[in-house]
Design a protein around this ligand. Structure first.
Ligand code: GTP
Ligand code: MG
Length: 220
């Protein structure tokens, strides 16, 4: 290969690398925007209601490797454009709330923000998955302003309680990459653990409500 060819190839590689970095950067900025929005809601809520509805938030960008695997699994074309169209959870943020009612409060507050486009909502709290999984999922598009204009960037938001998060984290650990069929009695135990987590959520919410009522009555 002559040296001009090598230079051209290097240039092409550099161009491609810059394109991928720019592609992922936009998703990182969308996550930054969402984190700021959530931080504002959290601080203001704390000021108004004297308690913090959000225990913690965690955001992540999907790795290029896992994006490629997902495209491959779904039988989609391997390109940046196809990633954008077919993978809706490149940018993900998980909000862990104290109580179930906080989940709907936070999601309503986000819904009222006009710069956010709500693409899809999946309520796995009202309709848990057969294995017992519960969470509220929202796909939103966040406007991100770059030097050459604005882009709507998709972010997956998962909102759940500590108990739901506890169950989901451990379920993921136990069953991750377990490809064979799970025996029926284990599925039933898993579902029963999810029911226990849900009962705990309801019990804590009830306690929270009763104490708030007593506090309000004493303050009146
Ligand atoms: P992908 O699983 O990402 O392809 O998305 P989907 O189109 O099936 O969407 P869904 O909203 O059902 O799930 C998206 C994400 O929610 C997953 O990537 C997980 O993080 C989480 N999730 C969904 N179901 C389960 C579950 O049964 N257990 C656990 N631990 N997490 C789940
Ligand atoms: Mg996912």
């Amino acid at each position: 290969m002559n040296s001009q060819n090598q230079i051209d190839q290097l240039e092409q590689l550099k161009h491609f690398k810059n394109k991928i970095t720019r592609f992922l950067m936009v998703y990182k900025f969308a996550l930054d925007e969402m984190e700021t929005k959530i931080e504002i809601l959290k601080e203001e809520f704390h000021l108004l209601h004297d308690y913090n509805p959000i225990e913690h938030t965690k955001s992540r960008l999907k790795s290029p490797e896992s994006m490629m695997n997902k495209l491959f699994r779904k039988g989609c074309e391997l390109s940046l454009d196809s990633m954008k169209r077919n993978i809706k959870d490149i940018a993900g943020i998980r909000i862990t709330c104290s109580f179930i009612s906080d989940i709907y409060r936070i999601s309503d507050m986000l819904r009222r923000q006009h710069d956010l486009r709500i693409i899809e909502t999946k309520d796995y709290i009202k309709h848990p998955k057969p294995n017992g999984y519960q969470s509220l999922h929202m796909l939103v598009e966040v406007p991100v302003y770059m030097s050459d204009g604005m882009e709507h960037v998709c972010v997956e938001i998962q909102i759940r309680t500590i108990a739901m998060d506890f169950w989901a984290s451990l379920e993921h650990k136990i069953f991750y990459k377990y490809n064979a069929a799970v025996p029926q009695h284990l599925l039933e135990e898993l579902k029963s653990a999810a029911d226990s987590a849900n009962a705990l959520d309801k019990q804590m919410e009830q306690l929270h409500r009763e104490i708030s009522e007593i506090k309000e009555a004493n303050a009146a």
